[in-house]
Design a protein around this ligand. Structure first.
Ligand SMILES: Nc1ncnc2c1ncn2[C@@H]1O[C@H](COP(=O)(O)OP(=O)(O)OP(=O)(O)O)[C@@H](O)[C@H]1O
Length: 230
């Protein structure tokens, strides 16, 4: 399993500085949340890690061979002219695993519907199912629970935790929601307003995933840290 080392000194888009100094590692079995205000550069950072953009000052390295990635983009990026099931199989999912995930995501009755006919929340659930169905060696998830109602957010959290128990792959999870970060990640990286630099890298206590009071205390501590002048 790969370990990810990110050491970004600077990233520019159209000449404008979008990311400042951001350096961190993600261990082979670790889920790391990236949290920061809107527009600070989180998606840009994820694209650099995915190798979709290689134009940076700094380095992004995986130990060993580059892993097969399961990705959720900010937009669902489905193939609208294919059915829901085909969107999974074309991405490389086995039929059985694809159907199992559709069932878990509450999309079993949509398997033969055109992807273009899904609501945004359904499309986002399908995009998450696709990332989890492709036997990924690392996950890069950009706001995977955005546009889901509360029930589906809870369900998606459970599905993600089950996934990591079965397949503890290195994961970068972008979110603007500290509570979601604490609920899912082992560590939370907080970024400054853009151009983002890393403000701090904070471990989440093990119990926070099951103990709601501890989770709430961790979220408040992170919020206070993030608000501190520096
Ligand atoms: N192709 C581009 N050319 C120039 N600037 C860009 C381009 N794409 C994004 N930006 C700018 O880069 C900055 C970072 O964008 P990015 O999408 O990475 O932020 P983000 O933290 O993911 O935002 P959000 O949480 O709102 O999705 C923003 O100011 C955005 O306007």
């Amino acid at each position: 399993m790969s370990r990810l080392t990110v050491d970004i000194r600077e990233k520019r888009l159209a000449g404008r500085l979008v990311l400042g100094a951001v350096a961190f590692t993600v261990e082979a079995h670790e889920v790391v949340a990236l949290v920061g205000p809107s527009g600070c550069g989180k998606s840009t950072l994820l694209r650099l890690v995915a190798g979709l953009d290689r134009d940076l000052t700094g380095t992004v390295r995986w130990s060993g061979a580059a892993p097969r990635l399961g990705m959720v983009f900010q937009q669902p990026r489905l193939l609208p002219w294919r059915t829901v099931r085909q969107n999974l199989t074309i991405a490389g999912a086995g039929l059985e695993e694809g159907d199992r995930l559709l069932d878990r995501m509450g999309l079993a009755d949509k398997a033969d519907v055109w992807a273009s006919q899904l609501s945004l929340g359904m499309a986002r659930r399908l995009a998450l199912a696709r990332a989890l169905a492709v036997d990924a060696q690392a996950l890069l998830l950009d706001e995977p629970l955005a546009s889901l109602d509360e029930g589906n957010q809870r369900l998606a959290r459970v599905i993600l935790r089950e996934y990591w128990l079965r397949r503890p792959v290195p994961t970068l999870l972008v979110t603007h929601d500290l509570a979601e970060a604490v609920a899912l990640a082992h560590r939370v990286l907080v970024l400054s307003p853009g151009p983002a630099r890393l403000l701090f890298d904070h471990p989440v206590p093990d119990g926070a995933r099951t103990d709601a009071a501890l989770a709430a205390r961790t979220v408040s501590a992170l919020r206070e840290l993030a608000a501190m002048p520096r």
